[in-house]
Design a protein around this ligand. Sequence first.
Ligand SMILES: [Fe+2]
Length: 234
Amino acid sequence: MPRGLMQKLYDACKEVFSDAATGVPPSPAGVARVKSVLDEMRPGDVGLSSKVSFFRGTGGLGRPPVTYLHIYESDRFSMGIFCFPPTAVIPLHNHPGMTVFSKLLFGSMHIKSYDWVSDGSYPCVGAPPRMRLAKVHADATLTAPCETSILYPNKGGNIHCFTAVTACAVLDVLGPPYDDIEGRHCTYYASFPFSRFSDGSPGEKGLEWLEETEKPEEFSVVGAKYTGPRMLLR
Ligand SMILES: [Fe+2]
């Protein structure tokens, strides 16, 4: 299988994320370079077909699992593909200090994303201590082919939830990757309307409270082998 765009993506990420560190996004030119490769990518570029078994639903028997095809990981960046049967969900979670590119390869997916509101302008009345105010960044359904979504440490929808409208696949590039020791731990959240813990003021449009939760029990990710083009790790 020709290396094609996967090689181009790896080469771009290797350079662009060479100085990747918590809370430090790549330069705008670097972000544009990675995005331009991802924007071109289609299922065939990663050797993916929508006909494989992990895109089949469960026939209504509970939430179907999401399958993760691991492609590459270093201490600077990681690449992998999330494969969703219809109705599968990746629940609300964050990407602390990270920059993340998400390219929908095929199908339709609903994305709801948030960024933290940190200016302290909205007092929290009676909310549990692990509750923080966030503002909705996106609440929309994407259908491939579409542009790559990009989130940053403090903007662009750093906390997000994916729901598969149809079977779909997302190629994710994370820089730097999750790392508990470096403080980049994946936390899950539940959302509540603003009015639930406010002093009665209506607040600005799009505000919601997010509370840290355990990883939802019904959420499972199964690993499977990536069978697409291999890259020369130069
Ligand atoms: Fe994510």
